[in-house]
Structure formats: C-alpha cells, structure tokens
Design a protein around this ligand. Sequence first.
Ligand code: GDP
Ligand code: IMO
Ligand code: MG
Length: 424
Amino acid sequence: MAVDLLLGLQWGDEGKGKIVDVLTNNYNIIARFQGGPNAGHTLVFNGRKHVLHTIPSGIFHDEATNLVGNGVVIDPVIFKGELDKLAEQNVDYKNSLLISRKAHIILPTHRLLDAASEASKGKAKIGSTLKGIGPTYMDKTGRNGIRVGDLELANWKERYRTLADKHESMIAYYDVEIEYDLKELETEFFKAVEVLKSLKFIDSEEYIYQAQKSGKTILAEGAQGSLLDIDFGTYPFVTSSNTTAAGACTGLGVAPNQIGDVFGIFKAYTTRVGSGPFPTELFDEDGETMARVGNEFGATTGRPRRCGWLDLVALKYACQVNGVTQLMMMKGDVLSGFKTLKVCTSYKYKGNVIEHLPYNIEPENVEPIYSEFSGWNEDLTAMSETSQLPQALNHYIEFLEKELEIPITIVSVGPDRKQTIFRN
Ligand code: GDP
Ligand code: IMO
Ligand code: MG
C-alpha cells in the first residue's frame, strides 16, 4: 500500500491534528515525520480538548499504531509530559506507540542554546518556540547528535556529557543573560529518558517497509507548515526541518514512488505565529475578528497568532512543492459574519504583477492584490452536510478549487471531530 501524507500548507496550525484524528479510522499506522515539540496539534472530541506535541494524532484510536519517525526530534521531558496526560485518560500507549531509533534527542542544553541564539538576535529573532529545535537539527546535520538508539548503548552518558559541555561553552560565547540550573534540568532529563526507554524503539524504515508489504495503510503526519520549510519557507523565519512532502520520505524512509495521496490542509484565512513576512497580514478590525473568533493563540506557546486574508499565491506554491492531491479547508466557520472576504490572487512585485511566490516577500517588495467575495452570515458549526453550506461559501470553495486545480474534499466547521464535512 502507498503511504498517504497529511501536511500544512501555510505557516502551521492549520488543523493537522484534528484531521489526522478524523482520518485515523481509515489507517492502521499514523507516523510523524519531522519537527518536534515546537508543534502543538489540537484534537477535540467528547467535549475534551487534547494537545499533542510529539506523539502522533492517531493515539486516541485503540486500533491504530502510532510511530515517531526518524525525522522527528524528541525532548524526553516534554514527551514524558505527554505520556502522563495520556495515562490520566487511560490511553494504553505501551504497545501502540513506537519510536524510531534514528530520531534525535533534544538535550536541555539545546533548549538553552535556542534561547541564547534568539536573545543574541534581538529584534531579528526568529520567534522560535524555544524548544531547542534549531540547535538539535544543527547537531544532527553536524553529525554530533544523540539518537534514540544511542540510549541503549553503555557509554551514552559520556557522549551526553561531552556534547552538553560543548553546548555550555557555546552558550557562553553568545554573551547574553541566560539563567539556568543545569543540574536541575539534567535530573529531570535523565528521569524522563528512563521513561522514554520503557517504550518500544524500532528500526522504523524496516517496520514501515514490512507494513506496506503486508498491505497495512499508513498516514504520515506533518508538523509546522510548508511556508516554515527550511528550504522552501520564508527563510530565515522558518523551522529547521523539511515540512514539505519530501520530508516524509527522509523522515520515515519511504521511497518517493511509494507516496500515495498528499492531503494539504489550509485555513480559510491565514495565520502566522513568530516573526517573518506575511503579505496578507491584517492590522485592522477584520484581523482582530479572525483572531478572536478563531481563538488564534499558539497551542504550544500561547502566543497570539497574526491573522490575515487567504494568500492564494502562497497556497499555490505550497500545493506545487508538495504535489497535493486533495485539499482540506479549515475554520470556514470563523469567517461567518464578514460582509466581504478577500483573497490575494497576485502580488505587485517590483512594478510587475506576478502570480508566483518570489524570493523576497517582505512588505517593501510585495503588495498583495485581492479579489473580493461576498461573505455569509450563517453559523456553520452545526452543519454536517455539503447541502447545508451557504451559497456564498460554496462560491468561495469553488473559486479556490478552480484556481488550485485540486478538489477540496473536507470542509471543517469547528474544532470537534464531528464538525467535519466530507465533499465528493
Ligand atoms: P495544528 O498544529 O495544525 O494541528 O493546528 P492547531 O491545533 O495548532 O491549531 C488549530 C486550532 O483550530 C485548534 O485550536 C483547533 O481546535 C482549532 N480548529 C481546527 N479546525 C477548526 C475549525 O474548522 N473551526 C474552528 N473554529 N476551529 C478549528
Ligand atoms: P504546528 O505543527 C506554527 C514557528 C515558530 C517560529 C518558527 C521557528 O503546531 O503547526 P522553531 O521553534 O521551530 O525554531 O520556530 O516556526 N513554528 C510554528 N508555528 N505552528 C507550528 O507547529 C510551529 N512550529 C514552529 O513560531 O516562527
Ligand atoms: Mg499547532
């Protein structure tokens, strides 16, 4: 069986967690392929909200196996916190949660390095979640990292010490005020590592290969969004992994010709948390309404998310680099009540009108050009069928499908599992 992918097409927080949870009914295995606890994936069902950071969003389904792939970076302390919450809810994860031996470990000093690097950048800071993501991927590509499989080696603590000592000298190099008690952080870290070691570590590329061969269905879950991709995002205001479809191949060991459907998720408008350019960002009442109605606060850091109109230029780009085969539009309900909706269909760039995402999209280089659409007033949140959707929303959806040349197969009308409308 081919491996299907689900990934975000904007700057993250599109609603990946919700849809992975909904789609888990159709899959045997859910596999996270990149990122780490910078992610916050929200699931809502039976009147409860759950936020996952590293653990795949299929974990609440008893029949599914959940795999943390080699492309992921794991902070044992945050991971333990997630496990504790699952245990409180009687989720039996011991047998259903598998971890790739090749996934890298976030050390306490990686988090400190992240903080030091950001502090040293001042106003130019990335707006990192400060979870140590950048420094951990730097150690991975620098060939210094510690992997999950290393925790099974007798000498791993020596390797830990050497790396942590090096990190401490690097922190000093930044010459910024970072207060920390490494002893305390390490006590917590080593305790969490023991918990991590009680889980099943596997050679995940082999596991996936065999699962595919035996006809198991696999959904790969992305984190962040395409515009945060280390290569194709708004560099340097990006994360440190490939969030796009190719990242699923390297992050799980799946060959490109084994990829099936690519589900691309986007909000009916746009949000971004952290620094970096955002051409359609709103600084007016419309933006405030989106933030308020959409409850736009980061699931990991609680920071307010910046809001703006849908950017079709950027969305088209994301569809192209990912090879999206089906689209899922989230949070349409948040736009109810807007008299007029705008969609950016091209940019004014250096005196020309362009329809592709250029190298520079800072405000001094790019001015969005909008098409306008009539809004709708109906409350969508109790709707469950396509036939109930207002005409103006159907028009909005059909316009996007025509422009993107990809069908929108799911329209989400609220955070709950049940608030999901399937379109043919
Ligand atoms: P992820 O990182 O892509 O999984 O998304 P987040 O969980 O960070 O952010 C999405 C937020 O929107 C969460 O609070 C979800 O509960 C919520 N959400 C998801 N889909 C919808 C929807 O269709 N309508 C509304 N109003 N909220 C939604
Ligand atoms: P999910 O999976 C939204 C953003 C940060 C910052 C930049 C770099 O929930 O969609 P990092 O900590 O990776 O070094 O931060 O990326 N960022 C996210 N924004 N959703 C996420 O994940 C994000 N993960 C990282 O805000 O701008
Ligand atoms: Mg999120």
